[in-house]
Design a protein around this ligand. Structure first.
Ligand SMILES: Cc1cc2nc3c(=O)[nH]c(=O)nc-3n(C[C@H](O)[C@H](O)[C@H](O)COP(=O)(O)O)c2cc1C
Length: 171
């Protein structure tokens, strides 16, 4: 069981990246957690390269997603939208089926509730046929203060358990 995690913030000391590290540490045993570290070095999306000229970084991104069972995104809201670097990652996946039916957990770690980014991200992911459900969407307003909070850890533990459960077929 592999979870592919993307942080929407490139900032050193990012609370969203920190949230992903916490999720990794509280994930159930046996879960492999890939924290994608090449958001900043991924080329800008260009449809002219989305063919046999695919950049190596994109091949690697797609390879990691291909062996993942679930996606996890933790992101701030920037200017009432999602960060451009995160949108760039997603744009490289539009021509693939790599998100199709994959359970996707979304965390909005922003100063505010991040309502604009949430709606926009859900719309993008649904357009790409990712499996998004309201119980796997979590908002963390005041994100910078949340990662030291034991109540938040407990919520994050339940959240990651829910994401793992969503990958398992109903019996
Ligand atoms: C360029 C920029 C735009 C921002 N716009 C918003 C916004 O629209 N809504 C919001 O709630 N917070 C906004 N913020 C504040 C971020 O949500 C906050 O800094 C958050 O902690 C960033 O996440 P990080 O700690 O993972 O880097 C903005 C921050 C920056 C740097």
């Amino acid at each position: 069981m592999v979870i592919f995690a993307i942080s929407g913030s490139l900032r050193q000391g990012s609370s969203n990246t920190s949230i992903l590290h916490t999720l990794k540490s509280v994930a159930p045993a046996g879960v492999e957690f890939i924290l994608y570290e090449n958001v900043a070095s991924l080329p800008h999306f260009n449809p002219d390269l989305d063919n046999e000229n695919l950049p190596q970084e994109v091949k690697e991104l797609r390879g990691m997603l291909n062996r993942s069972n679930a996606i996890l995104i933790s992101t701030p809201e920037y200017a009432h939208g999602i960060p451009g670097s995160l949108k760039n990652v997603l744009d490289w996946l539009v021509s693939t089926v790599l998100l199709e039916n994959k359970p996707t957990g979304i965390i909005l770690g922003s100063a505010s509730e991040g309502n604009y980014a949430r709606e926009s991200l859900i719309e993008i992911l649904k357009t790409m046929n990712a499996k998004v459900s309201s119980d796997l969407v979590m908002t963390l307003p005041g994100a910078r203060t949340k990662n030291d909070d034991p109540n938040t850890w407990q919520e994050l533990k339940s959240f990651i358990e829910g994401l793992v459960l969503a990958t398992q077929p109903l019996s």
